[in-house]
Design a binder for this molecule. Structure first.
Ligand SMILES: *Cc1c(COP(=O)(O)O)cnc(C)c1O
Length: 404
């Protein structure tokens, strides 16, 4: 049986067309783009094309606003570290409690070792940002705001365009981790006030280990990696030409498939979600279902362990995830669901299904076929399920989800 891959927020398959675009740059066209001979020149041209492809996907004004990096993590780190140096007299960072570890771990370190004050803006039960708390945190000391565009676990979207305007009113820079948004949502940076944006190749059917940081023209960037003059001195090191070219092709393909993502992929997600809620009691969808990525469903099944569900799904040839790939392996439920005050009895059993344009109806059918049995089986073994009342009373009751 064909495996069912529904973990596209963790990583995606490289599109075969992107692989084909990359291959010549490992063999015939192996030159260094900086070289003063024909070997370098042809690579330089291809890198330029890739930059244009990315510019178009982002709706950026200039192609040199794009700086290639090794991925989302490096882009995130670069943006914040740079702002703390260029924003003279400003030493505070504002972020949210539900960011990716690429932001949160850096902020923890800055706070602990560099004397940086970090404001972590909370979210409500649906994962929506507390905009009033954000307004209050902004001030003359704010160097940079870093708030994600789309959450990797729930798909919840933040109103980054408005948040960027508010940051500017306080004289702060605005960065967004858009790793999950790029390729899934139409983006037009030139019509926003966003100063910096992170993206990653492997989340949009491009290769791993390549990403980009968009830096608006006029915004100063202090490089994190120093060395040669590549990327106009903003990120040293010989360009990873095959990966950059693969990312460019992936960007072009993402733009071409954008409407598919918004319609067909979204319909698959919705059918899975509704089908699960209909078939399985004591389950609910987490996140802001009115403002969400089209591909992500995060469904909590009460009184069981997500890890056990994933194990049985895997046995049935289905790949999904419990929250983020970065926190699975730990016994704590996801920091995102905890921030939303999802009761422990439910947060432990939350499963993320993330689709891509490569999924089809048969994938949804397959999950709907096996999932009710898996859940019933695990619940029959769960001590919490037998004593639901007591387990619930013990859990945080601040959150009131709508049950199926
Ligand atoms: C995957 C991810 C990252 C990290 O990107 P890498 O390219 O794997 O370093 C950062 N932020 C979000 C929201 C992500 O989903």
């Amino acid at each position: 049986m064909r495996p069912v891959y529904l973990d596209n927020n963790a990583t995606t398959r490289v599109d075969p067309a992107a692989v084909a675009a990359m291959l010549p740059f490992f063999t015939e066209q192996f030159g260094n783009a900086s070289s003063m001979h024909a070997f370098g020149a042809s690579v330089g041209g291809a890198l330029k094309t890739a930059r244009r492809q990315l510019q178009e996907l982002l709706g950026a004004e200039h192609d040199h606003e794009i700086v290639y990096t090794s991925g989302g993590t490096e882009s995130d780190n670069t943006a914040i570290l740079s702002a703390l140096e260029t924003q003279v007299g400003r030493s505070e960072v504002i972020t949210s409690v539900v960011e990716h570890p690429a932001i949160l771990a850096l902020c923890d370190w800055l706070e602990k070792h560099k004397g940086v004050t970090v404001h972590r803006i909370p979210v409500d039960a649906k994962g929506r940002l507390d905009v009033e708390a954000y307004r209050k945190a902004l001030g003359p000391k704010t160097a940079i705001v870093s708030i994600m565009w789309a959450n990797n676990e729930t798909g919840t979207l933040f109103p980054v365009e408005r948040l960027a305007e508010m940051a500017h009113e306080a004289g702060a820079l605005f960065h967004t981790d858009a790793v999950q948004a790029v390729g899934k949502l139409p983006i037009d940076l030139k019509s926003t006030e966003i100063d910096m944006l992170s993206l990653s190749g492997h989340k949009l059917h491009g290769p791993k280990g390549i990403g980009a940081l968009y830096v608006r023209k006029g915004v100063r960037l202090r490089p994190m990696i120093r060395g040669g003059h590549q990327e106009r001195g903003r990120r040293a090191g010989t360009e990873n030409a095959p990966a950059i070219i693969g990312l460019g092709k992936a960007a072009e393909l993402a733009l071409a498939h954008m409407s598919d993502e918004q319609t067909r992929v979204k319909a698959l997600r919705d059918r899975l979600e509704q089908g699960l809620l209909q078939r399985i009691g004591n389950s609910f969808v987490t996140g802001d279902t009115d403002h969400r990525l089209p591909n992500t469903a995060n469904v909590a099944f009460e009184f069981i362990e997500g890890e056990a569900i994933l194990l049985l799904l895997n046995r049935a040839g289905i790949a999904a995830s419990s929250g983020s790939a970065c926190t699975s392996g730990s016994l704590e439920p996801s920091h995102v669901l905890r921030a939303m005050k999802v009761p422990y009895t439910a947060a432990h059993g939350a499963i993320r299904f993330s689709f891509s344009r490569e999924n089809g109806e048969e994938d949804v059918d397959r999950v709907l076929e096996v999932m009710p049995g898996i859940i019933a089986n695990l619940r029959s073994l769960s001590p919490f399920w037998k004593d639901k009342g007591a387990a619930k009373a013990a859990a945080d009751t601040a959150f009131n989800p709508t049950y199926a």
